[in-house]
Design a protein around this ligand. Structure first.
Ligand code: FE2
Ligand code: FE2
Length: 311
């Protein structure tokens, strides 16, 4: 549900300011300018949105633990065991989420959200520790087949999951336009990374697929920069201008293209008709994330279409 609110009400929920994408939060300027128009904010459904996020992201987190485990060198038995422990913990929590989804109450959903936040914070620290050991030089350094960008990527996904759950737990309200540009920036970067992972895990002899993955990599790098430009232009108040609608539509169109590419590649991998070192589950994982991007873009377009200025 999208609700227009007064500026005072909005400012009690959201701290507007100027924050360039490459700034750390402490560097953001919090001075504001008067809003030129009414700022629509977004308000979801606590139970439905919580269940939806948990069912999607808990499975994703469980699979991250599996991919990390498969990528460790066999000598790193402690890291393999720790990753396996996260797989079990996420499988258990996902099972609980599926049970709660059948008969959700505000209290058990709140408890589930908190359990997911707690587990995912620990898992984010594990990912950080692994990334540090990949990047370092010296006795602590680990080898294996986990690309540094892959660990950074799955850590960003974990942080995004925690952020969404905290927003739900604290009933945070923020401008619709901010939610949209942040979602688009996040997903464009994720899609660009996926294209790069596919590109590097395909057999070099699969020249046509390699070229296609490279085109997607360039396309989504560009889309991410466009989303960052748009975010910068909308600061500090985040009004909804018509260009956001067009940009979201464009994003949806390219998200469908990469989803179809991933789906086709996954089918070929499963049938052993494509040469690569991509596990079928990884192909399916990145395909599901593209589907999530599509659903998000569709939802935001529906929310924008309910605004009087677009009616
Ligand atoms: Fe993922
Ligand atoms: Fe991903």
């Amino acid at each position: 549900m999208v609700m227009p609110v007064s500026r005072d009400d909005l400012f009690s929920q959201f701290k507007p300011g100027f924050c360039q994408p490459d700034c750390i939060e402490q560097d953001c300027s919090t001075f504001t300018c008067p809003a030129a128009m009414e700022i629509p904010t977004i308000q979801g459904d606590f139970i439905a949105d919580s269940i939806d996020n948990n069912l999607f992201w808990l499975r994703i987190m469980m699979e991250h633990a599996l991919f990390m485990r498969l990528g460790f060198a066999c000598v790193n038995v402690d890291l393999i065991a720790e990753a396996q422990q996260y797989e079990r913990s996420y499988a258990k929590l996902l099972n609980q989420a599926q049970m709660i989804a059948k008969n959700p109450t505000e209290q058990n959903v709140r408890t589930l959200n908190q359990a997911s936040i707690d587990l995912t914070k620990k898992f984010t620290c594990f990912k950080t520790q692994v990334l540090n050991r990949i990047l370092t030089c010296g006795p602590a350094k680990i080898g294996g087949y986990n690309f540094p960008l892959l660990i950074d990527h799955i850590r960003r996904e974990a942080i995004a999951f925690i952020g969404r759950l905290i927003a739900l737990q604290t009933c945070r309200r923020e401008p619709l336009a901010l939610t949209i540009v942040r979602d688009l920036t996040f997903w464009h970067r994720i899609m660009a990374d996926h294209a790069k992972f596919i590109l590097h895990l395909l057999d070099p002899s699969e020249r046509q697929f390699v070229e296609q993955a490279n085109l997607f990599s360039t396309l989504f790098d560009q889309k991410q920069l466009e989303a960052l430009d748009l975010k910068s232009m909308l600061e500090p108040n985040f009004p909804v201008y018509p260009v956001i609608k067009r940009f979201t539509k464009d994003s949806l169109r390219v998200a469908i293209q990469i989803r179809d590419f991933k789906a086709a590649a996954t089918e070929l991998i499963a049938a052993c008709e494509l040469l690569s070192v991509i596990p079928t589950l990884l192909g399916d994982h990145v395909r599901r994330e593209a589907d999530r991007f599509i659903q998000t873009a569709e939802r935001r377009l529906a929310e924008m279409s309910r605004l009087t200025q677009f009616a």
